[in-house]
Ligand binder design. Structure first.
Ligand code: GLN
Length: 487
């Protein structure tokens, strides 16, 4: 029995599993774009930057989009524990597939990771919640610890994978990500019993198990055929067009979903207002991630092309991907500071509303882009600039993240009508997915052959994110009124 502030042992099982999973995810992601754009003589795929950024967008969007079926499968068929296990196995297969130095295995590996992460990521978070059936402050504290696990992995992953991938051989970097996930699986297997009954069985076991499995089988076979045809070159896919098409489809899905809920969801007056708030925050969240997740695309290319990486006194050149660890480091360093800040503000009777937090998040994101816009403008005239520009950019982005990300999920659980919480959470993941996709599409437009596009592109993000942030700040009060009763 756990009392007081002591946490269930299962939290540590989940903490370390997610740490290893994020280590593999962010470790590989640090290499992804750099590997694709590297010329063949440097072991890369020699893909154009615009196309590489679109593939990055499709892949990272896919990872979050597959959380929808992943959650559904766990809820109805597998239970969260087994979904995490199977997901981890698929992710491992994906990374090791990428370790094989062929173009085809690279893309096949990405597909495995998308499917595996869809099974693992939403369900491991749900398991954290289930360890604290009573909810409340202890659960919040549990999630904070869990978020540290995420970022510990996100910090170490790029350090290891980039050192190996960029400096020795790209495929060693991918294999290292696979080793990380294997360690996560071993650890999960050994300590799984700490989870007890949490997520052992499906939350709402399906009445139509056979039919559900047939559906999954059918979709998997259809998916395998499409992937097979694409890899064989029979089906020619244009990643830039596909990414743009996918962005429209995801946006339409979200619009239709909200229209449907408003029209047919039998919402009461209060519920209509609260769901309207979720819809507004959905837009803010998608926009935030569209800027933030350029860490792995345009900002990664900025690190590679426009940042001084050489430390002359030591006669070494840092891997560009090491900068991918900086945001995670800032999260670990500043999450406790920000959390303490809220407590202090509360004590003084100041409470910052949810829309205001999102507004400040967007404004901080904008400031980060202003910094990197100036940095890249300088780089164009003077050559590569000091790493401080990128580090300062990530500093502002992480402060923004700490305002947006931790409150996002919990606010949906509070604002959504109880009977719709599950689907609203799914829709919330759509915003992250859309954001990642836009981060890829946009990065493709600002990087690439035309170097002058970078500062102009970053300035556009500054104006847009800053403008929307200010607008949201102006509307914070009326939005707060819509929320009535939810803090
Ligand atoms: N960095 C967090 C994670 O990896 C959140 C990422 C996101 O929601 N875009 O879980």
């Amino acid at each position: 029995m756990n009392t007081g502030t002591q946490h269930p042992r299962g939290l540590y099982t989940l903490f370390f599993t997610e740490m290893w999973e994020r280590l593999s995810y962010y470790g590989m992601r640090a290499l992804l774009v750099l590997f694709m754009v590297a010329p063949a003589e440097k072991g890369g795929l020699g893909i154009d930057e615009k196309v590489a950024a679109a593939i990055y967008g499709l892949y990272t969007a896919g990872v979050y989009l597959s959380a929808l079926p992943g959650g559904w499968i766990a809820d109805r068929l597998l239970g969260a524990q087994r979904a995490v296990w199977v997901g981890g196995i698929l992710i491992t297969i994906g990374h090791f597939t990428m370790a094989v130095p062929l173009r085809e295995t690279f893309f096949l590996g990405l597909v495995f990771i998308v499917v595996g992460t869809g099974l693992l990521k939403p369900n491991i978070s749900a398991l954290v919640g289930q360890l604290y059936p009573e909810g409340g402050a202890r659960r919040d504290a549990g999630f904070t610890i869990f978020y540290m696990g995420i970022n510990l992995g996100a910090f170490v992953g790029p350090l290891v994978c980039s050192a190996l991938g960029e400096k020795v051989n790209w495929h060693y970097g991918f294999a290292a990500a696979g080793v990380g996930m294997v360690l996560g699986l071993v650890q999960f297997g050994i300590t799984r019993s700490y989870l007890g009954e949490a997520g052992r069985e499906p939350a709402h076991r399906s009445d139509t198990v056979g039919r559900d499995w047939m559906l999954i089988g059918g979709v998997s076979v259809a998916g395998a055929v499409v992937v097979g045809l694409a890899l064989a070159g029979v089906l020619v896919i244009n990643p830039v067009l596909l990414a743009k098409g996918a962005a429209y489809v995801i946006t339409m899905l979200a619009v239709l979903y909200f229209a449907w809920v408003f029209q047919f969801g039998k919402l009461t007056g209060v519920e209509i207002r609260r769901v309207a708030v979720i819809a507004i925050l959905f837009v803010a969240s998608a926009l935030f991630w569209a800027g933030y997740e350029q860490a792995g695309s345009s900002l990664n290319l900025f690190a590679k092309e426009y940042t001084v990486l050489a430390i002359q006194s030591l006669n070494v050149e840092l891997p560009a991907g090491w900068f991918q660890s900086v945001p995670a480091f800032f999260v670990i360093a500043f999450a406790p500071v920000v959390a303490h800040g809220w407590v202090l503000l509360n004590r003084r009777g100041v409470s910052v509303s949810l829309p205001a937090k999102f507004a400040f998040g967007l404004i901080l994101l904008a400031v980060g882009f202003l910094v990197v816009a100036i940095g890249s403008k300088r780089a164009l005239t003077t050559g590569p600039v000091l790493p401080t520009w990128l580090v300062a950019t990530y500093f502002f982005h992480v402060l923004g993240e700490l305002l947006v990300s931790p409150v996002g999920l919990s606010s949906v659980t509070k604002l959504a009508p109880q009977r719709l919480v599950g689907q609203m959470m799914g829709v919330w993941f759509l915003a992250t997915s859309l954001g990642n996709l836009l981060a890829g599409i946009y990065a493709g437009d600002v990087s690439g052959a035309n170097a002058a596009a970078m500062p102009v592109g970053f300035m556009q993000v500054f104006y847009f994110a800053g403008g929307v942030g200010l607008l949201l700040l102006l509307c914070a009060k009326p939005i707060r009124n819509l929320m009535k009763g939810v803090e």
